[in-house]
Design a protein around this ligand. Structure first.
Ligand code: NAP
Length: 361
């Protein structure tokens, strides 16, 4: 498990090489504001080796946040993260390891008959029913419990630092928002229990659309309601306080709606997801921070001119890590060659709050 002492020691070793606010608080720990993501890439041995090398290099150069998910690259990404953590000289206790459950994970490669695989692994074994699964997504307590066990094994860890329920808005295709909140509350109860047992330290929700779209959007979920459900789950289980701690959502120059769309009901009126999260004391991790690689070929000129960095990728990373309330900008790094450029983004200061606002004027 990531600890306060080990993450602060990590920060002390690296912080002089970086600009101000590169390291940021996460609960009692301190973490880099750039994290390694592991979503993209083929489910091959070669891609595994590249991820493993990239993660080791990132950990040994000042990045102590790693994000993965059970289903990424048919479980290969989690296993590569596990091997990289074993291999590196960096202490496991100085790294925030986050993963997610909520989608069917295949075993190493796409099976010839995915439907048969799902039936055998999940329906016949009683983990969940076909009605509970929507396009490979299931967020029931039993499915999440089963997924968490698989992730602990893949990562070869005793404790996962941050465990996300993955894209719960997928469930809105088949059930009402109220039913999705009820499901989340039931699953949060299970996660509160798993936190009390030491299997996870914190949990959260990773989304693609839910929190950044407006209320009238079909994928909308209310972040305040999700937080209320987490508090209720903690009360029911009897944990001292909820272990719900973080959200993940896409954020980049072309997908800035978590900052611009005021779709969440704050204490004093409508707020963006980022402001609501900030004021509620939640940590935000951004996905697709460089628009799945597309920002490597350029940012809008007026925005680029405001951002520090030697390259477009660095400026794009710095845009994401400048947004108010963002703890860490996740960047997929399946190529070791990309790591030095991405790490070096952190040697430039992020935009201050008023300069960030200026981007949208
Ligand atoms: N709903 C969700 O929960 C959700 C959804 C999407 C993503 N995520 C998480 O967020 C992480 C980041 O998002 P993402 O991976 O989708 O998109 P991203 O970080 O915006 O982009 C990753 C892509 O950019 C490329 N890249 C990285 N550094 C580069 C550089 N210096 N120059 C040129 N290209 C570069 C990567 O190539 P290489 O791989 O070859 O290095 C990869 O193809 C994911 O890995 C995942 O952990 C979560």
């Amino acid at each position: 498990m990531a600890t306060s002492t080990a993450t602060w020691n990590y920060r002390d070793e690296f912080h002089e090489a970086f600009a101000r606010t590169y390291f940021r608080r996460f609960a009692d720990c301190i973490v880099s504001s750039i994290g390694v993501g592991t979503y993209l890439g083929e489910p091959t041995d070669e891609a595994d080796e590249n991820y493993e090398r990239a993660i080791v290099e990132a950990l040994e150069s000042g990045i102590n946040v790693v994000d993965t998910a059970l289903n990424y690259r048919c479980q290969r990404s989690e296993r590569a993260v596990g091997r990289a953590i074993q291999e590196t000289d960096v202490d496991r206790e100085s790294v925030l390891v986050a993963t997610k459950g909520g989608f069917v994970p295949f075993e190493g490669s796409m099976p010839e008959n995915p439907g048969e695989y799902v039936r055998e692994q999940y329906f016949d074994s009683g983990v969940c029913t076909p009605e509970e699964m929507v396009r490979g997504n299931c967020i029931t307590p039993d499915f999440i419990d089963d997924s968490l066990d698989r992730s602990l094994a893949n990562l070869d860890l005793e404790t996962i630092d941050l465990y996300y329920v993955h894209n719960p808005e997928t469930q809105l295709e088949e059930r009402s928002a109220e039913a999705v909140y009820d499901l989340l509350e039931a699953t949060f109860q299970r996660l509160e229990r798993r936190a009390a047992a030491g299997d996870i330290r914190h949990y959260g929700v990773a989304t693609w659309e839910a929190f950044r779209v407006g209320k009238d959007h079909e994928s909308y979920l209310s972040l305040p309601e999700v937080v209320r459900r987490a508090r209720a789950a903690s009360d029911t289980v009897g944990t001292d306080a909820t272990h719900f701690r973080a959200i993940q959502l896409p954020f980049n120059v072309h997908m800035a709606d978590a900052f611009t769309v005021e779709g969440q009901d704050g204490p004093e009126g409508p707020q963006s997801a980022l402001w609501f999260a900030h004021e509620a004391g939640l940590d935000v991790f951004t996905s697709a921070s460089i628009l799945q690689g597309k920002l490597a070929s350029g940012l809008p000129g007026d925005v680029a001119a405001l951002l520090d960095g030697d390259t477009d990728v660095q400026r794009a990373i710095n845009f994401a890590r400048s947004a108010p309330g963002v703890t860490s900008a996740l960047v997929g790094m399946g190529s070791p060659d990309h790591v030095p450029e991405n790490v070096a983004a952190g040697t430039f200061p992020p935009l201050g709050a008023s300069a960030f606002d200026e981007v949208f004027e």
